[in-house]
Each structure stands twice: as C-alpha cells, then as structure tokens.
Write a protein that binds this ligand. Structure first.
Ligand SMILES: [Zn+2]
Length: 354
C-alpha cells in the first residue's frame, strides 16, 4: 500500500514510514530528523470527492494520544478508527484530548463519538462551536437561512428545499456533537514532547486554528492552506461579513511563519508552504479580475456562479453550495474594494461594476 515518493522528499525535515493496514484506511508515521514524537497521519475515509480527511495522532509519554480532527461520522470511518486503535495501541493507552482545527463536518463529525468512548476534552474555538450549533444543533437555523440567501441572490426557488435537505443530511454525520472546551488564539498546548501555539485565521471557516511548533518549524495547518486543493471560501448567513478578505489576511499572517513542513487537513504533508500561499493569493486575485469582466451589466450571483462554476443539475447540491458561497465571497470582496455595487430588483440582488 505504500505511496510513491514525492519530489524533493529526500530533503524534507521529516522521514516517512507507511504502516500497513487495510484498504479502508492508510496510516503514515512522520518522524522529524531532530527528534520529537512521531506524527501519525491517518487518512480517515469521507464520502465525497475529497476521499479522505487527515486525522493526526500524536503520543505524549505518560499522558496518551492527542487526536487532531478525527473525521466525519460514517460506518467506514468508525471501522477505520477500530483498525487504527489496534495498530497504534490507542485502546491500550488513552486519548488525552481531541483538538479540532475547525467545525466542518469532515473534521468535527466523529469528535462526540470519540469523546464518549474516551471521556476526554474536545477543544474548538468558540466561534467554531457557535457555527456547528447553528448548522446541526437542536435549534439550528443555518439550513433555512442558506436557502433564503441563495434565492435572494437569484437561485430558483426549488433550490431552497434542495439546500435544506442537503444541509440536514449532515446531522447524522456529526452526531453526537461533543461537549467543547474553548481553544483560543495564542493558547499554548503541550503534546508529543513539544509546544504548539494555536493560530486563529478566518475565511475557510470562522475560528479556524492552525497549530504551530516553532522549534520544529512545523504547522498543523487544518484546511487554511492545502496542497493541490484550493480551500473553499464561502459567504454564510450571519457569519463573517467579508470571508475572502479574512482568508487572504490569514494567508498573509501564516506566510510570516518560518514553516518548513505543513500537515494539512486533506492530501499529503508538504514542504512548499510559502509558495503554496503565494499561489492561493494569486488565484483569488485572478478570480476577482475575471468576475469584474462579467459585471458590466447587472448580474446576479447565481448567473455568475452558473457561468463560472456551474449550477445544478451540472453540479451536485453539495458542489453548488460551495460554488455559490465562493461566488458571493468574491463579489463581497470586490464591493469591499469599492469596485462594484449591488442593487435589489424585484426581491433579487444584482451586482455591477461602478
Ligand atoms: Zn474545512
């Protein structure tokens, strides 16, 4: 099951050791040349195009495992963890704590399940927990609010029910929601023989936390910077009013860290952290420019989404939600820069260059 070596891997600060398990889950142990504990990368299956989310397990002598982002709750993911518990002797040790980089279901979903088994604290930012509650908690409001937002921006009324049904389908995949201990910007955490600082950035998810180990030049990056995938940046109802601006500010902030190796939420750990950030910044600037060219005449976000990314039935409801959220995030950034304005026409918003 070993994966191919990647370009430049022989110069990386970590060496990799594949751990043989079944086809349902792959585990790779990453060991820094300077020592420190092993970082186990656990590819927990997720039922969408991303295929897996990276959970990380780090062991602290005398205390047990710290688990970062356990994954989404599905039968396959539970089976994967059963194998991992056995292979890493997690059942024989114990889980000291679970840390969530952000509230998205593919990262948070299994935290409550795992907390019930191990009776350990689960750390997440307050604003992250607030979003999880509004999406999947008992008094959730996000499913309805998102459908209404999209229809205000030109999506056909049928979309309202589709979005609602789609959002509700996540509830089982995040149940039970964990009891949360707050994780705050600047918090210092100690695990795997090292000190990790929580660094909060917004944009991909409000209250997103990366964990920075200055001694090792290592960042557990969550989804704010991913190799190969452009992290989704969506405008959500009653959330960050300028998510793309926040996302780009977060990239600038992370760019200042001397990161030599990053452990992302999806795909493989990577060394080209700064180049990747520069690419992502440029990608969004180019998208903003291309949107400007489409806004000479009044245009809805839905029409712009259709011409840029597509809409159902070409896209699944899941893909459409991301595409529409991303379109709105870019329009709002253009408005913030004073380049476009919006107007309401017959209950529908339209955008145009100034
Ligand atoms: Zn995410």
């Amino acid at each position: 099951m070993s994966i191919e070596a990647q370009e430049g891997e022989d110069q990386w600060p970590y060496k990799r050791k594949d751990i043989d398990l079944s086809d349902n889950v792959k585990v790779i142990g990453w060991e820094h040349h300077a020592g420190g504990g092993i970082i186990y990368q656990i590819q927990v299956p997720v039922p969408n195009a991303l295929r897996w989310v990276n959970a990380y397990a780090l062991y602290t002598e005398g205390k047990g495992y710290t688990i970062i982002d356990p994954g989404m709750r599905t039968v396959e993911a539970e089976q994967a963890w059963a194998e991992v518990y056995h292979a890493l002797d997690i059942s024989g040790q114990r889980i000291e704590q679970i840390i969530l980089t952000h509230y998205h279901p593919d990262h948070l979903g299994l935290a409550g399940w795992m907390q019930e088994q191990h009776r350990c604290p689960v750390y997440l930012s307050k604003v992250g927990y607030d979003h999880a509650s509004r999406m999947w908690g008992k008094n959730r409001t996000m499913s309805t609010a998102m459908g209404e937002l999209f229809t205000l921006h030109g999506a056909p009324v049928e979309t309202l029910m589709q979005i609602y049904g789609h959002m509700e389908s996540f509830v089982a995949q995040v149940t039970p929601l964990p009891a949360i201990s707050w994780l705050e910007e600047g918090d210092q955490l100690f695990f795997a023989e090292g000190q990790w600082q929580a660094i909060e950035t917004h944009g991909h998810a409000p209250g997103h936390m990366a964990l920075w180990n200055a001694e090792l030049g290592t960042l557990i990056a969550g989804d704010h910077v991913l190799p190969r995938i452009t992290p989704n940046v969506s405008f959500l109802p009653d959330s960050d009013p300028e998510p793309l601006h926040s996302f780009m500010e977060g990239l600038d902030r992370l760019h200042q860290l001397p990161v030599t190796f990053a452990f992302p939420g999806h795909r493989y750990p990577f060394a080209h952290f700064h180049a990747r950030i520069e690419y992502l910044l440029q990608h969004h600037e180019e998208r903003l420019l291309s949107f400007m060219e489409e806004l000479h005449l009044p245009t809805t976000a839905y029409a712009l989404c259709a011409s840029t990314f597509g809409v159902p039935p070409q896209l699944s409801v899941h893909e459409f939600r991301f595409a529409m959220g991303e379109t709105l995030a870019h329009l709002i950034e253009l408005r913030r820069r004073g380049l476009i304005q919006e107007r309401e026409w017959d209950g529908v918003r339209q955008w145009q260059i100034l």
